[in-house]
Design a protein around this ligand. Structure first.
Ligand code: GAL
Ligand code: CA
Length: 342
């Protein structure tokens, strides 16, 4: 009994101490660290994994997060921003629906002096200059395209059977993300150019726009397959979810293993890491979601508390770009282990 009383008294003192320090200026904000997030579409595989990481890292710092889904409509997103500001958020994290149309959002935030961290869908540089409380956290599109091209070139060199018809050229199809998204245009261009620079002769049979989406990609791939069938030796995809959709199309037709092309994605979402491990996907490029989430959290925290950032490195004072990493069957286990730690 006595021990219990002593403990109770100690707890009481500790809580008084906490309370009095909370009344002090610095921790005043401790209960009020509130970040409002709106994303272009929560059904996007990569963005939803990125937001899971963001929630976890905010949780570690006792930051409250509210996430809204704009389901592909810029109007809805603008309304969500207004609501989040009215609810008292201290920082906004915005994954723009239309990356060329942030002006209304910027005006609303500026009026109430709420800083904005754009993420994953990069506003054009001119828009970022509209106000000095605007930031961007993402990755270098170009680097991911180059890495995908390098991975494909290495595979083709090592594995002569990829040129199935032995004509010295690689017949390929390209699955593209949304038109106008920085990652579709640039990844496509740099993946293809890198392969060419590495001395691989290419012949594009077809391409399909599938908006990052697995089901759309499966449909596009089925159409391409019905036209080109076994001619296709290589499938390059702007992201993993579409590469998985392309694989689904082949599985549905029960194509023999010797007639399967090599599949390359980008992102390193959970399911594609498994696919690289079991060999259905040849390789992918890791889009560092943990790093991006951590940078968003650290930046939000710093904007709310005024505390200095330790790990965030800016480019042009406003942008943070996390490096991509190549994922092959040789190192995929490290990435899978990282997933399990989460
Ligand atoms: C890309 C990612 C895609 C998709 C897109 C959405 O960076 O690779 O899978 O999530 O962002 O903006
Ligand atoms: Ca060939």
């Amino acid at each position: 009994m006595r021990v219990k009383n002593v403990i109770a008294a100690m707890l009481f003192f500790v809580s008084i101490l906490c309370l009095s320090s909370c009344v002090g200026n610095e921790s005043d904000t401790a209960n009020e660290l509130y970040v409002g997030v709106t994303c272009y579409d929560l059904s996007d595989a990569f963005v939803s994994e990125l937001l899971e990481c963001f929630k976890a890292s905010c949780n570690d710092r006792e930051i409250t997060v509210t996430i809204r889904d704009a389901v592909g409509a810029q109007r809805t997103q603008n309304d969500q921003v207004q609501e989040l500001i009215d609810e008292g958020c201290n920082v906004l994290c915005v994954n723009l629906v239309d990356r060329t149309d942030p002006s209304e959002i910027i005006d609303m935030a500026r009026e109430r002096e709420v800083p904005i961290i754009f993420f994953n869908r990069e506003p054009v540089a001119e828009d970022l200059r509209q106000w000095d409380n605007l930031y961007y956290v993402g990755a270098y599109s170009r680097q991911s395209g180059v890495m995908q091209g390098e991975l494909a070139a290495e595979t083709i060199w090592k594995n002569k059977s990829i040129d199935r018809n032995k004509d010295g050229k690689i017949q390929y199809v390209m699955l593209e993300g949304e038109t106008g998204h920085q990652d579709s245009v640039i990844r496509t261009e740099y993946a293809v150019n890198t392969l060419k620079e590495k001395g691989i002769e290419l012949e594009r049979l077809s391409y399909g726009i599938a908006n990052w989406n697995r089901v759309q990609a499966q449909n596009r791939m089925s159409q391409m397959l019905s036209r080109h069938g076994e001619e296709i030796e290589l499938v390059l995809s702007n992201n993993d979810d579409m590469a998985l959709g392309a694989i689904d199309a082949y599985m549905e037709l029960d194509v023999e293993e010797t007639n399967l092309p090599a599949f390359f994605g980008i992102d390193g979402i959970s399911e594609s890491l498994e696919a690289v491990k079991d060999g259905t996907m040849t390789a992918t490029v890791y889009n560092n979601k943990e790093g991006q989430a951590e940078a968003m959290t650290e930046l939000s925290y710093s904007l709310m508390t005024g505390k200095e950032m330790k790990n965030v490195k800016f480019e042009n004072g406003q942008c943070v770009y996390m490096d991509y990493v190549k994922v092959t069957p040789d190192n995929v286990k490290e990435f899978l282990a990282r997933e399990k730690e989460q």
